[in-house]
Structures are given as C-alpha cells and as structure tokens.
Design a protein around this ligand. Structure first.
Ligand SMILES: [Zn+2]
Length: 427
C-alpha cells in the first residue's frame, strides 16, 4: 500500500472537507445505532462533496487558462467586460465557475471560449454526464418515477421536468448527429476494395406500434374541436449484419451478433428503407456475395425489399410461418391440446423441410371438413399465406449455409424498444 499523502501536499481548499469528514465519521462511531446503511450513505454524501470540489476546481482552472479567441474563426475576441458566472448542474449538485467572454468582430457574435472548451452548451445548464444519466433514467422509467429513483441511485434529487428536458435534448442531439454520420459514410467503392473475402449480408425488418406524446397542451382543444389524433405510431425497424459476425452459443444454440447496425424510425417505410440502405452500404452491401432478408409476412416489407434490395434472397421468419399452422390446430382441436400437437408435428416438419406445397395440399384437402367456422378460416388464411410466400419458405438451404431462419435479432431490438416505451406513463 502506498503511504498516505503528506498533509502539506493536500491543496488547502480540501482541508475543510477533510475536517468535516473526520467529524462526521467520529459522530457515527460514537453512535451505537449506526448501521452499514448509515455509514455508506454518509460517506457517499461526503464523497459527493469532494466530487463537487474537484470538478468545480478543475473547471475554474480550465476557464482561467482558455485563450479569448473565437471558437469558429480563431479571431481574438474584443473583451466583453468583467467575467461572468456560469451555473451548472452536475452529478454532484449545482456548482459554478467564472469565465471571460468577448465579441468576435469577424463573426459578429458574443463568445464564451471556456464553455466551448469544456463542451458545455449555451442552452443547457446540465453537465454532459448529468444529461446522459437523465436520458438513461427517463428511457427506463416515466420521468416522475425516474425523479424518485435518481435520489437513491445518484445521491442527488433530480426533478422530473429537468429530467425529461435533458433526455429530450439528448434525443434531439442524436437526431442532429445522424445525417452527419450518414454523410461521412465511406463510398461504397472503397468499402468494396477493403472487403475482398466473399460474405453474406443479413437484413431483418419488422414494425411495431409505439406511443408518442405529441400535441403537448393541445389535446384538450383538439378533443373539443372533435379532431381525431392518435398517440400510437408505427415504428419501422431494421437491422443488418454480416453472417460471419453471428455466433451461436450454449446448449440452446442462442445466437448473438458481435457487430450490427439497427434503425428505428416513425417517419415511415421509405425513410426507414433509405437509412437501412445506407447502413447496409456501410456494412459492405456493394461487395456482398449474397444478401438475405428475413421478416414476417407483411406485404409492405416485401414490396420495399423488392425496390431497395432487388437481388436479395427473401426468407420468412420460421416462427411466423409456423404460427399459421398453430392457429389451425388451436381452432380445430382447442388451444394447446395434445391432439392438436399430434396433428401439427408432421406438418411443422414438412414446413421446416421446404415442403410448403405438401402442407398447402394437406390443408386444402382438410379445409372443407373442418369445424368450427373459425378453423376453416384459419386454414384458408394459412393456405393463402403459404401460397403467397412459397419462395420465401426455404429453410433447408438456410440451415446448410448456417444462416438464421428466424428474425430474432430484430425482434429482440423491438422488445428493447417496447420495454422502454410501452410502460405506464411512458412515451
Ligand atoms: Zn469568429
């Protein structure tokens, strides 16, 4: 263990903190009712104060050392007068530092070089870390609940209005950065040169309904005017990755993907496909030997795929494909019945063995004899589904190539989004 620092080497401003800490610890030692909980809480609070002291000191040092020049054009600033105080909310509570400012004559603007150097934005008083933590908390819980959680988790209370404001700001920032990232995407040709090994690019697409709180403060007026609006919006999602980056693990052969892109947008199918195409290019679409698209049976997906990825091999998610047969069994024999399972077994096997025409034929022969009407209807739907998607029901080849036969990757993405946005009070 290293020796404790010599007292003279501790900066003077920390001495009151050390004294305070010593007093507090002494008081806790004297109190027989002190538990591990009390100890941890008091020490945490003391450390937060140290955190605040250190951070404030470092920010002031930086503010004092920054040159008074324009961050946009580098021109020296014309001094604006006495230094101004900047207040900032951090994970250790509120703090402040003073910094100089001035006018850039070339840009005709007032500049605060220290703020820019510290990465603090003009319109936010929350530190970057606090903003990130707020966004994370609000994404997991409604802002009202996140506010109570913040006190226990972070040791400082955060009110729900500032939590949701900071989270929103992070979201808006992400939207701003996105087009810039797309622009910086390397050209397809250069990607082609660096990826000489043949590979398969896998794309998975899905959609879900999410709630968004729009028309803030206008909903009552809208209702009175009899205007229709919905808070539920279709969210279109997709993911793409290289087959070689998909591995299977464990007894259950669970797949995981080491590197992938994903897209989620409420803007519509076309904007989603545009972003997906950009991501696919980034992952080497131009030089992919084979492109495989997996999805459920939604018609819009296959139409959009035909437009954007005309060369792609299309495959239906096996789980969705099976669900049509399950529906027939459940309606005919009762949900989850033993008889139903017995009837299903050979048909599911055929579906898996690329024998969709056999399945269709069995269903066609069976349909007229089925009762009740719901069973007949389920059979009709299954026949229609398998007939429309016959060329997408190729699992044997998929297996041989070690390709996924289900769209689990995108469904797990959807599940994450749903967990974050479908809770009570969450938008
Ligand atoms: Zn300037």
């Amino acid at each position: 263990m290293s020796p404790p620092p010599k007292p003279e080497r501790i900066p003077e401003e920390f001495l009151p903190w050390i004294d305070q800490l010593a007093l507090r610890l002494e008081a806790l030692r004297q109190d027989p009712a002190t538990t591990a909980g009390h100890l941890e809480e008091r020490i945490r609070q003391s450390c937060l104060e140290l955190h605040r002291l250190l951070l404030e000191g470092e920010m002031q040092l930086r503010a004092d050392s920054v040159e008074l020049v324009c961050e946009k054009c580098g021109h020296p600033l014309v001094k604006g007068g006495r230094a101004r105080t900047k207040f900032i909310r951090t994970m250790a509570g509120e703090m402040h530092f003073s910094r100089g400012f001035g006018t850039c004559r070339a840009c005709d603007a007032i500049r605060f070089p220290a703020d820019h150097s510290l990465g603090l934005s003009k319109d936010s008083i929350a530190s970057p870390l606090l903003q990130e933590v707020s966004a994370l908390l609000v994404s997991l819980k409604p802002a009202e609940h996140a506010a109570t959680a913040s006190q226990r988790v972070c040791g400082i209370p955060l009110n729900h209005a500032s939590l949701s404001r900071d989270a929103r700001r992070q979201g808006e920032r992400a939207l701003e950065i996105r087009p810039e990232l797309d622009r910086r995407r390397p050209a397809a040709s250069t990607l082609g040169q660096t990826q000489p090994k043949p590979f398969t690019l896998v794309i998975q697409i899905d959609a879900m309904n999410l709630r968004e709180r729009d028309f803030w403060n206008e909903t009552e007026a809208k209702r009175r005017r009899g205007e229709e609006f919905t808070r539920w919006h279709w969210t279109y999602t997709a993911t793409c990755f290289r087959l070689e980056q998909r591995c299977v693990q464990g007894k259950k052969q669970r797949a995981f993907i080491t590197e992938r892109s994903y897209i989620a947008t409420m803007e519509g199918v076309e904007p989603m496909m545009k972003e997906l195409h950009a991501e696919a290019l980034r992952r080497g679409l131009a030089s992919a030997e084979r492109v495989l698209v997996l999805a459920d049976g939604a018609v819009w997906i296959w139409n959009a795929v035909g437009d954007r990825f005309p060369e792609a091999v299309q495959r239906l998610d096996l789980y969705h494909a099976k669900s049509y047969l399950w529906a027939v069994a459940n309606e005919t024999f009762g949900a989850g019945s033993k008889e139903g399972r017995k009837w299903l077994k050979p048909l599911l096997k055929k579906l898996r063995a690329d024998k969709a025409p056999d399945v269709i034929q069995t269903l066609q022969e069976l349909a007229p004899k089925l009762t009740p009407a719901d069973a007949k209807e389920a059979a009709r739907r299954a026949i229609e589904y398998y007939s429309n998607n016959e060329k997408r029901l190729k699992y044997v080849e998929g297996e041989r190539r070690n390709e996924p036969v289900g769209s689990g990757a995108i469904e797990s993405t959807c599940r994450q989004l749903q967990c974050r946005m479908k809770r009570c009070g969450q938008f």
